[in-house]
Design a binder for this molecule. Sequence first.
Ligand SMILES: [Zn+2]
Ligand SMILES: [Zn+2]
Length: 339
Amino acid sequence: MDLRFPYSPAEVAKVSVVQFGILSPDEIRQMSVVHIEHSETTERGKPKPGGLSDPRMGTIDRKMKCETCMANMAECPGHFGHLELAKPMFHIGFMKTVLSILRCVCFNCSKILADEEEPKFKQAMRIKNPKNRLKKILDACKNKSKCEGGDEIDVQGQDSDEPVKKSRGGCGAQQPKISIDGMKMVAEYKLHKKKNDDQEQLPEPVERKQLLTAEKVLSILKRISDEDCQLLGLNPKYARPDWMILQVLPIPPPPVRPSVMMDTSSRSEDDLTHQLAMIIRHNENLKRQERNGAPAHIISEFAQLLQFHIATYFDNELPGQSPGTVSSLIATLINTICS
Ligand SMILES: [Zn+2]
Ligand SMILES: [Zn+2]
């Protein structure tokens, strides 16, 4: 008998719809069987509860049963756990989309920057394909340096040719230029001169160039209204923009990252398990720094370390990251040796 595919008495069901979306932090928590808190896999020879081999996530041991579904190694599919992140982190796969969305909305009040009455915006609204619509809205928003609204704008009246004054309802805030720098986001304010010579002044404590943390980005994305999400090409029911920022990390079960038996007493862990252990350790370090009230620049450095490990966990060949850093290190070494 083939134990890999045991007989199932379940009725065959037809798939009627496949809906893609982004997992919200709550969905990740709901589908999780265990809150992972420890980077260790075992403790005194046994799987450590709350560790990366917690038996509730499934079993990779022929002699043990899964503590969630009670099935054996061949039948249990494995169950996800989750890690609560000390701070929100960028998801490296969503950086570019997040950047596009940020460039479309106000940095302060999260309203779409373009005015509904503008021809460019009206044109964008006619596009059915959500991805192309986002592109067009981005086009209509990219030159806005201010969230208009304080000043009235002219729009054509409905039943007369007289222009009617109408306010867009924006907050009037000046908009920074936002860009991606490796795994970071940067917001830069421009001081631009007006024709009549008086310089536009920024509210004093604002630095011209500032690091845009995932935390700040999350707060901007959270304030985008469901209506505006729809306009930007995102269905808020399945893909709110704030879900593109990681707050909770799903932990894949051991069956997808099985350890290998080296001899009767020792096991060698999978690369993914090692990387996850690093993430958990750096997450703990960051939490500790925050608890101890460390200064902001220290916390920022610990957060960037965690960000680095999360990004390389998703993709270990990120441009300009670890492999690049190593090769540039080697290049420096060769230069030192040869000179
Ligand atoms: Zn199971
Ligand atoms: Zn605004």
